[in-house]
Design a protein around this ligand. Structure first.
Ligand code: ZN
Ligand code: ZN
Length: 215
């Protein structure tokens, strides 16, 4: 499995634009899933182009929650590729038209080895991808709570990697069992998490590519 951060508050490459928001491309089990869509369409599409990700190559879009910094680029993406399955949390009602829209409330199998936690706390869903020894957990802002998300992920397998925004999360001990932590976007306590988990910490930022062993 490969995860490429496309849109983030910071960037690792001078040719990519940093902007408040989050999006990443998840390549797993033969699928190409855009997880969230950043805040601005032109930045999303510009970064995708520089990363060699053609909009038409995306087959699935998974929106974690309805906030502007995760959905703002979606309309422009769908203009370039109408043939996607769009998974949105059930509480978000302002989603744009797409070929097929799946409104997610309960835990859901999206495909082989790919699941949604379901919408937790009526705000946000997270993406679970099977990997060696458990699952990778991909999150938007973790408004539903990292502890709740990791608990929900357990139903699919032991959480092995956590990637995305953790907002104001500060119950640092629950990260102890993870093999990879990429806390980025809105994460308030990046420095503290990195200090506690130097071996599993992985920097975020647009252009970051994370490869994880398949399950
Ligand atoms: Zn948010
Ligand atoms: Zn956010």
């Amino acid at each position: 499995m490969r995860i490429t951060i496309v849109y983030d508050n910071q960037t690792r490459r001078d040719d990519l634009r940093a902007d408040w928001g989050f999006a990443c491309l998840v390549e797993a089990f033969g699928r190409r899933i855009l997880f969230d869509a950043g805040a601005k369409g032109h930045i999303l599409l510009g970064n995708m182009e520089k990363l060699g990700i053609a909009p038409a190559s995306v087959d699935t879009v998974f929106i974690s929650h309805g906030h502007w910094d995760h959905t703002g680029g979606l309309t422009d993406l769908l203009r370039r590729n109408t043939d996607v399955k769009l998974y949105v949390p059930a509480s978000w009602r302002d989603y744009p038209e797409a070929e097929e829209v799946i409104r997610v409330a309960d835990p859901l199998e999206i495909g082989d080895g790919i699941r949604s936690t379901g919408e937790l706390e009526s705000v946000e869903q997270s993406l679970l991808i099977e990997m060696e020894g458990g699952v990778a957990v991909i999150v938007g802002c973790s408004h539903s709570g990292v502890v709740n998300i990791l608990r929900a992920a357990e139903s699919a397998g032991k959480p092995r990697a956590l990637i995305g925004g953790l907002h104001r999360f500060n119950q640092f001990d629950v990260l102890a069992g993870l093999g990879l932590i990429c806390a980025t976007h809105c994460t308030a306590h990046k420095d503290e998490i990195q200090r506690r988990y130097p071996d599993t910490w992985t920097d975020g930022g647009a252009g970051q590519i994370i490869e994880l062993p398949d399950g």
